[in-house]
Write a protein that binds this ligand. Structure first.
Ligand code: COI
Length: 365
């Protein structure tokens, strides 16, 4: 399907003359263009490049009422080596979005449609991609059921948008974390492993409790027993225990993070005393972990996600005020530096397909 360009000279002028502030924040500034594809009568019918604008949807739009809303988050980085941009692990984000779509009985997105949407935005976004290391153009694809009507019948109409925003890493400082003992994010057989909007609704109340306890994040435990670590608010969990990097397995309740997968690969390439670092995808019992922090066997905990990349954790805290301090951020800093260097084209990844180079178009480059 051909992308039809419906942007005007005035939109190009805005793109041409944009100047980003020194600090861009996260998700506050929007690229002034977006793409929209519409699925009707069993097929993708239109694919357009449009000015960024408010959506017109029916008040009975089923996505709004019944939660058929999925999204992705991926980043285009300034290629600091040879110009243009690098989109990180585009194919993996496409594949994950289709897993989310399949789980909620939404249409599958052709790879070409996903990639063309990103290329259409990134190739015109030279003035919106911050050059600072760690900053990026955060790309947010999202799809929802756009049919109107309040019945719970299978939906036939879906709209897919790609918007983008120049962004810093979501968190720039090490964080304290509140262990969430009361609420749970996901359960076996539920939707914890897909990226649907509804999974994020739980974050707000827990986040408020975390904030009241002086923490920037909460840590979800499994809903079945409350004994095992699932993930942070919206990021995957890693802990270094006895020199082994541990992360909860993909057991259907946690998001299969693209950064999580990258961290596992990069960690295995780290050399410790002449051997490669061991990484285990295993259940992590929270009380054993806290005991290991107290005894010094667990030296490091960090969070991974596309938004934040890697965020070191300073303290794990209980609501009653008990606090467990992590002494180092050595491994997380090394992996973060390695990832950043790949993101910005300074080093080539060992694995093929991680980086897609996109050149800028337009006479203003
Ligand atoms: C991401 O890391 O892409 C996220 O999902 C975080 C976002 C919800 C702010």
């Amino acid at each position: 399907m051909q992308l039809s360009e419906k942007i005007e000279e005035s939109d190009l002028q805005v793109l041409r003359h944009a100047r980003l502030p020194e600090k861009v924040g996260f998700g506050d500034i929007m690229l002034p263009i977006m793409t929209r594809a519409r699925f009707r009568d069993g097929q993708w019918q239109t694919h357009e490049l449009l000015p960024y604008q408010a959506l017109s949807i029916s008040p009975s739009c089923k996505g709004l009422h019944y939660g058929q809303v999925i999204f992705e988050g991926l980043k285009a980085y300034a290629n600091l080596q040879s110009g243009g941009a690098i989109v990180f692990r585009m194919k993996d984000h496409w594949a994950r979005m289709n897993q989310s779509a399949q789980h909620l009985l939404m249409p599958s997105i052709p790879q070409a449609l996903f990639e063309e949407s990103i290329k259409a935005l990134v190739s015109r976004a030279s003035t919106y991609i911050p050059a600072k290391k760690g900053d990026a153009l955060y790309i947010r694809p999202f799809m929802f059921s756009s049919a109107s009507g309040l019945g719970l019948s299978n939906n036939t109409d879906f709209d897919l948008y790609f918007i983008a925003s120049p962004s810093e890493a979501y968190f720039t400082e090490p964080l304290d974390v509140l262990i969430e003992r009361d609420q749970h994010r996901a359960f076996k057989g539920g939707t914890g492993m897909i990226k649907m909007a509804g999974n994020y609704g739980q974050i707000f109340a827990s986040g408020q409790r975390a904030q009241a306890a002086g923490c920037g994040l909460s840590l979800w435990l499994d809903a079945e027993t409350g004994r095992y670590v699932d993930e942070f608010s919206a990021m995957n969990f890693f802990a270094l225990v006895d020199g082994v990097l541990k992360t909860p397995p993909l057991k259907g309740t946690i998001l299969p993070g693209v950064t999580r997968a990258s961290v596992i690969e990069l960690a295995r390439q780290q050399s410790v005393d002449g051997k490669s670092l061991e990484v285990q995808e295993v259940d992590i019992e929270i009380d054993a972990l806290l005991a290991n922090i107290e005894s010094g066997r667990c030296t490091e905990v960090f969070a991974s996600g596309t938004g934040a990349t890697i965020t070191p954790i300073q303290h794990l805290k209980e609501a009653d005020g008990r606090s467990y301090r992590l002494p180092t951020w050595e491994l997380s800093s090394a992996i973060k530096a390695q990832l950043q260097s790949i993101h910005h084209g300074i080093t080539a990844p060992e694995t093929a397909g991680w980086c897609t180079a996109i050149s800028f178009i337009g006479s203003w480059i």
